[in-house]
Every structure is written in C-alpha cells, then in structure tokens.
Design a protein around this ligand. Structure first.
Ligand SMILES: *Cc1c(COP(=O)(O)O)cnc(C)c1O
Length: 400
C-alpha cells in the first residue's frame, strides 16, 4: 500500500497537541450575540467582534431580506465583468462620504482588501516599513508584492525613523500600521507615523479593522479619532466586525481606487458580495449615523469590564479599546484558563503562537454594546474564581 504523503501533517498536529495549542472549533448553535449557545452550552460571549450587536440588528436583517427578495442571493460574477450591482456602487459612495475620502472600493473581506492593496500598489523595487504586530493579511500583502519588508518593534516610532533614514533617497516606501492591534487592543501611534510619512515622503496606510464602528465620530475609525483626515493615503476598514456583515474596503483618493479596480487581484478574480451583504452594510451605516447610543454603550461596557479585570490583578496589557487581553504567558495555561472559564459559562478564546508571540499567550476578551452589566459582572466573577484556582492572580485580592 502507498504510504500517506501527507503523513507529516499528523506529526505536526501531534506537536501542537503537546504544546497545548491544538484547538477544536467551537460551534455556535444559534445567533452570534452577547449570550450565545456554543457547543450546546449557553455562555456569556466575550469572543466575537460583533462590537455593536449588529449581526442581529432588526434594521440590518430587514435590509438583507429585502435585498434577497429583490435581487436574489448571488452576484454571479466578479466586479470587473458582470458582478457590479447598483447596491455595490451605493455602498462605496456611502462609505466614501462616511470616511471623508474621494472614493472607496469594497473587497470580499478585510483580508483581501489588505493583501490585494499592498500587493498591487508596490513592486519588488519598493519597501514596506511595518509594525511587528501588524495583521497577517498585511504581512501576506507584503510577501505577495515582493517588496523589501522592514519590520519595526511594536509602536516604536524612533525605530521606524531609523529604518527610514537608512533607505536610499527616492526609494518608494509604504509606512503601515494597524489602527487598533487585534490581539492587544492598543492603538497604533498614528499622528507620529503621519509626521514620519510626511518627513520621508512615504505612502501612509492604516488598517482600521477593529476601529471601524468603534473609534472616531460615529465609528469612522482612527483617522477621525486622531483627526488625521487628509494625512493617510490608504485606509482599510472592515465590514465584518462592528458592521456586522462581511467585507473590507479601501478608502483613498480617486486614482488609488481606480488603480485598484485594474490591479487588485481579489477585486479582479473573485466574485463580488451577494446583494444582501451590500444592503446589510448600507443599513449598518444608517445605524452608525442614527443610533450613536450603541457606540456609547460599547465604551461604557469597555470601561466597566477593563476596570474589573485590572482590580482583580490580571495583566491586561496596554489595551485602549474594547479588546482586553488577559495575558498569562504560557500557551497551555491560556488554553486551560479559557476551558475552565467555558465550563463556568464564559466564552473567552485562548490565543497562542503563531497568532501572538511565544510566551505572550492569553485569553482575549471583547465586550460589546449589547452585554448587560449583569453578564459582565458574572464574567468577572468567573475570571476571579478560575484565575485564583490556576494561580494567575493572587488569592487575596477582593473582587469588585
Ligand atoms: C479582522 C482583521 C482583518 C480582516 O478583516 P476580515 O474582514 O475579517 O477579513 C484585517 N486586519 C485586522 C487588523 C483585523 O483584525
């Protein structure tokens, strides 16, 4: 009998198991929500990116259903052939207005927006200067572009400056940061990086996936939050997190967007969104403009939960956003903490290498606008109990 040419994969999986990193997929039996049925258990959900609860918002549901009834369930083509529907164009116009840029192009996801954009605007003769914790899709875009990639330590603007100083004059350079870092919840140093980009003539790009719908007026993102309008050449946002649906977009000037229409490979070679997705996102924009209370509630809950975790003595890193990591270091410990929390009815995913560096394993929590105080307090109680049992926090600190 032929030996299995994929046998090495089983060996790799065994080594993941030994490191405590082999994860089963958790399965939602119903809606994504503040409380959810996961693997048959009702749990307080601290793992989704559904910041504003829009995945189940009645206005979004209604627009999606209406679009399906009017236009069907698929677009039938890539954007550049027959798959551009009026709803796609309407969404891009609305997003451009929202982001206060000349134009916007929507991609199938934030991942394809990042990778497709970086790969198409740079060539092997160019340079990318990138924060070490930037999202995987930025890293993939850098690789696909074949540009030289120079990494600077997380948020270290002086180190980025040293890298830029060493480059030959006139070298085309992209300076790129996440707006909000997805595993730590801290903000990229956007104002200082914009200064640097201007000083060295770089293209400035920010990936605002976790800032879309969360930071800035009505959730316009970190460019609005820091008042950097006009100083960031390429803004990526996602429609998959706070916006509740699916997709990514690039906001910038007209030439950038037109160029991406011609060169961004996911735009050219992958089918566009179903009309219901575009309609859902239009409804999400309406909600951002008309129900600002949702964002206020998100921030209220964020403050309450962060303060609670810190008071219990957990290491919550440097987060400035609704993402709060509970850093424990060892991957197996992070997974055990997550499993024990789950047994107590709290779903907070354990995260280890390669998603975060070795030795920085954590349980990541994300609160949403739709969590009640009671749910968040119960989650804090579970963290206190399990954290003490596992020796992650000292036993003597009194709970809030
Ligand atoms: C989630 C995320 C993306 C990807 O967005 P999707 O729309 O889910 O593909 C890109 N960048 C960052 C920083 C993210 O956290």
């Amino acid at each position: 009998m032929r030996s299995d040419p994929l046998g090495y994969l089983a060996t790799e999986l065994e080594s993941l198991t030994r490191e405590g990193l082999n994860r089963r997929l958790r399965v939602l039996d119903g809606e994504q929500g503040a409380e959810a049925s996961v693997d048959g258990r009702c749990v307080i959900n601290l793992s989704s990116n559904n910041y504003l609860g829009l995945t189940t918002h009645p206005r979004l549901r209604a627009r999606a259903i209406d679009a399906i009834e009017r236009y069907g369930v698929g677009s039938g083509s890539v954007r550049t052939i027959a798959g551009t529907m009026a709803l796609h164009m309407e969404l891009e116009h609305r997003l451009a207005e929202f982001k206060r840029t000349e134009a916007v192009v929507v991609f199938q996801s934030g991942v394809t927006a990042n990778a497709g954009t970086v790969a198409s605007i740079l060539t092997k003769d160019d340079v990318v200067v990138s924060d070490e914790l930037n999202h995987a899709s930025i890293i993939d875009g850098c690789r696909l572009s074949r540009a030289t990639t120079r990494i600077f330590p997380h948020k270290d603007v002086d180190a980025a400056r040293r890298v830029l100083r060493e480059l030959p004059a006139g070298q085309r350079t992209l300076l790129i940061t996440d707006g909000v870092f997805s595993m730590d919840g801290d903000l990229g140093p956007l104002p200082a990086l914009c200064d640097l980009a201007e000083e060295f003539g770089c293209i400035m790009m920010v990936d605002d996936a976790h800032a879309s719908g969360v930071f800035g007026r009505n959730g316009r993102g970190t460019v609005d939050h820091f008042d950097m309008h006009g100083r960031v050449d390429v803004q990526v946002g996602t429609l998959s997190k706070a916006m509740g649906a699916l997709g990514g977009y690039v906001a910038g000037n007209g030439a950038l967007i037109e160029f991406l229409h011609h060169r961004a490979r996911p735009f050219l070679f992958s089918t566009s969104h179903p009309p219901s997705v575009a309609a859902t996102c239009l409804a999400a924009l309406d909600v951002l403009m008309e129900e600002p209370d949702l964002i206020a509630r998100l921030w209220d809950n964020t403050g309450f939960f962060k303060a609670g975790l810190a008071a219990l003595g957990f290491d919550t890193g440097l987060s400035e956003s609704p993402i709060t990591p509970v850093i424990v270091g060892d991957a197996a410990l992070a997974m055990t903490l997550s499993d024990r929390l789950f047994a107590q009815g709290v779903f907070a995913q354990g995260i280890g290498f390669p998603t975060v560096p070795r030795g920085k394993a954590r349980v990541r929590t994300i609160v949403t606008a739709t969590h009640t105080r009671d749910q968040l307090q119960r989650a804090l109680d579970a963290f206190a109990e399990v954290g003490r049992e596992l020796g992650v926090i000292p036993a003597h600190v009194a709970p809030l």
